[in-house]
Write a protein that binds this ligand. Sequence first.
Ligand code: ATP
Ligand code: MG
Length: 402
Amino acid sequence: MRYLIGRYHEIALKGRNQWRFVDQVKQNLRDLFGDYRLGNIRSVGPRLMVQIPDELSDEIAAERAALIFGLQNFSISYSTPRDIESISREAIKRASGSKARTFAVRTRREDKRFAMNSVEIDRAVGGEVQEALGFEVDLSAPELTISIEIMNDAAYVSAGKIVGAGGLPVGVTGRGMALLSGGIDSPVAAYRMMRRGLRLDFVHFHAHPLVSAASKEKAAELAAHLTRWQARSTLMLVPFGNLQREIVANTLRPLRVILYRRFMLRIASALAERSQATVLVTGESLGQVASQTLENMAVIEKAAAYPVMRPLVGMDKNEIIDQARLLGTFETSIIPDEDCCTLFVPAHPETRARIEEVEAAESRFDIPRMIDDAVRATEVARFWFPPRATNAATAKESGTQY
Ligand code: ATP
Ligand code: MG
C-alpha cells in the first residue's frame, strides 16, 4: 500500500503549540486533497502519514503535497512487512527505476524494539540494493536517498525525498487581508505571508466601469492561483472610481496618490474587521516607486486600523520577479491593465508627504460615508482549490453584495 509521509520541520514541534501546528497541517492536507477520500491521517513523531487511495496518482499526490506549508519534505512510501528481506526487496523495487548512480539508505526507527538498529538496517539494505542494481554508496551527497521508517505495524520504504513547501501551516498564525493590485509585487507578498501561517482574504480596488475590467480579471486569476496554498479564498472587489473622482475634484495633484492609498487602507481595514483579519498585507518595497518612500509609508499607514505587513520591504525588484516566476504569478501580473491607480495619477506625486497637510486635505471629505459606500458596493468572489465548478466565475457572475 502507498502512503504519503510528510516530515515537519522539527523546530516547529518544540514548545507548547505543537499540537496546533500538527492539527493545522492535518486539516490543510485534508482540504487540499478535498476531492479524494483520504483515510485517517496519523502523526507519528516528527512526521505525518496517510494512505494514498488507489485513484490518486503519485504525480497528483506529490503535486498537492508540495503545496502544504509546514512540511520540510515528503515521500511516497510503500508499506512492507517488518523483516529485513521484505524491506530489502521493497527498496530494490523502489530504486530500480531511478537514473541515479549513487545512493544512501536512511532508516528511522519509531519502534526501537526492532531487532536491528538503524545503522545495521542501512548497511543490510544498502548491500542488497548495491548488488541488485549496481549503484554506488555515497553517504555525503547521494543522488538517491532510500528512506526506511520502521513503525509498530509495518516498515515504510521510499526512494527519493521531495522538497516540501516549508514555512508554517496556513491558519496557524492568524488571518490577514492582503491588498492585491494585479501587479507583480502583491501576489508575492501574499504568498510569503501565507507561508508564515497567515490565512488570507484578498481585496482589490478597481475603477471599472471607468476603465476596462482587466484589472478585476487579473486579480481574480491571481487570487485563484494563490488559493492553491490555502484551499479556499475570498476576493473582495471594491469599486474605487467614484471615490477617486471625489478625491480628484477636491485635492491638489501631488497628494492624490497618498489619499487613494489611505482610503484603500481604511476600506481594507473595514473589510478586515468583517472577516476577522487582524493585519493588512501589501506588496510595498522601500523606494521602489514614488509613493513608497519612508515618509509616505508612515503617512499612509496612519490611516490603517490594523498593522500593515510588508514582507517585500527589503527586496529588490529582481528578487521579487524571480519569486513571482517561481510561484507562477508573473505571467498574469504582466498582462497590461488599468487599475484604479493608473487612473488620475499625477505626473509628479508627493514623495515626502506630511501628515498635517494630508489631514487638512482630507478634512473636506465625509470619510465614514465614503468607506461605507465602498464597503456596500463591494462584490465578493470565492475560490477553491481543488477547483469547484463555481470557481471559474469571475466577480461579475459570482458577485454577492458584501
Ligand atoms: P504591485 O506590483 O503589487 O502592484 P506596485 O509596485 O505597483 O505594487 P504600488 O502601486 O505603490 O506598488 O502599490 C503598493 C501596494 O499597494 C501593492 O503592492 C498592493 O498591496 C497595494 N495596492 C496598490 N494598488 C492596489 C489596488 N488597485 N488594489 C489593491 N491593492 C493595491
Ligand atoms: Mg501596481
